[in-house]
Design a protein around this ligand. Structure first.
Ligand SMILES: NC(=O)c1ccc[n+]([C@@H]2O[C@H](COP(=O)([O-])OP(=O)(O)OC[C@H]3O[C@@H](n4cnc5c(N)ncnc54)[C@H](OP(=O)(O)O)[C@@H]3O)[C@@H](O)[C@H]2O)c1
Length: 243
């Protein structure tokens, strides 16, 4: 039975991804910084889908713990999905380095730290799939969230390079570019319903992308075209917009 490791397993998207893979017979490893929060999900998955489901402590910004975390997994997963992230508050982060650092380290440094370890192991075995949940926010910096967006831009570029490097080792890398999704991260924002996906939509897209070895996937197809328009706006106009 193939196993999927989910990093950031308490997130709403992660819960949907875990359920999707479990429903298709995959074993699940739930990795979260607060393991108590994912225990009900663990029991539910094990009972409902009759697949092995384990819980593991993982903190994305405790970089020095990442190698031990990987070494101690009871079985090495065939698929690793990197879901954790932190939106933060851009205005706070402009003035407060701790908030700024947390945004950068959660979305970029932490992801690079753990995925270097995972990909090196996969490369040694010439197999494995890595999925990274990045964001369309990384495609052009906007005044409302450019610190988060720049960290996601770094993560998107990392995934692109990793896919290129790992292709030669038989390891596949999927980049996921969600637009708006209804989750705990966005619960205080007013999102346009027509443009906003549900966590289950993300899970379906991730599942299909892994099976069909897609490289870059958008959750709602039109976000590709929205971002094409946004990235095509000339800078002398873009800088005056309130986005
Ligand atoms: N929602 C959107 O509109 C949207 C759009 C584009 C991309 N994304 C990306 O989608 C991914 C999932 O986010 P979501 O929308 O499902 O939001 P969410 O429910 O807020 O999930 C974020 C998760 O990241 C975890 N996390 C934060 N810092 C961590 C750390 N240091 N170590 C381990 N885990 C940590 C959180 O853990 P706790 O549960 O312990 O707080 C939480 O479970 C993120 O990468 C996000 O950037 C979201």
């Amino acid at each position: 039975m193939a196993t999927v490791l989910i990093l950031g397993a308490a997130s709403d998207m992660a819960v949907a991804i875990a359920r999707k893979f479990a429903s298709q017979g995959f074993g699940i490893q739930l990795a979260a910084r607060n393991t108590v929060r994912v225990q009900p999900l663990q029991s539910d998955i094990a009972i409902r889908y009759n697949v092995p489901c384990t819980v593991h402590e993982f903190d994305a910004v405790q970089f020095n713990s990442h190698q031990a975390f990987w070494n101690e997994l009871p079985v090495k997963p065939d698929i690793t999905v990197c879901v954790f992230g932190y939106l933060g508050d851009n205005e706070t982060a402009r003035a407060d380095w701790q908030e700024c650092q947390r945004i950068i380290e959660t979305n970029y440094t932490g992801a690079v730290s753990i995925l270097n370890i995972v990909s090196n192991d996969y490369a040694a075995q010439n197999k494995g799939t890595i999925v990274g949940i990045s964001s369309v926010a990384g495609q052009r910096g906007r005044q409302s969230n450019y610190i988060y967006g720049s960290a996601k831009a770094g993560f998107t570029a990392y995934l692109s390079g990793l896919r290129n490097r790992m292709f030669h080792e038989g390891v596949h890398v999927v980049s996921v570019q969600p637009g708006f999704v209804y989750t705990r991260m966005t619960e205080n924002l007013t999102l346009p319903p027509l443009l906003t996906a549900k966590p289950e939509d993300v899970a379906n897209v991730v599942y299909k992308a892994v099976l069909s070895k897609k490289n870059i996937v958008y959750v709602k197809w039109f976000w590709r075209w929205i971002m094409l328009i946004i990235t095509s706006i000339p800078e002398f106009i873009f800088k005056k917009l309130k986005l």
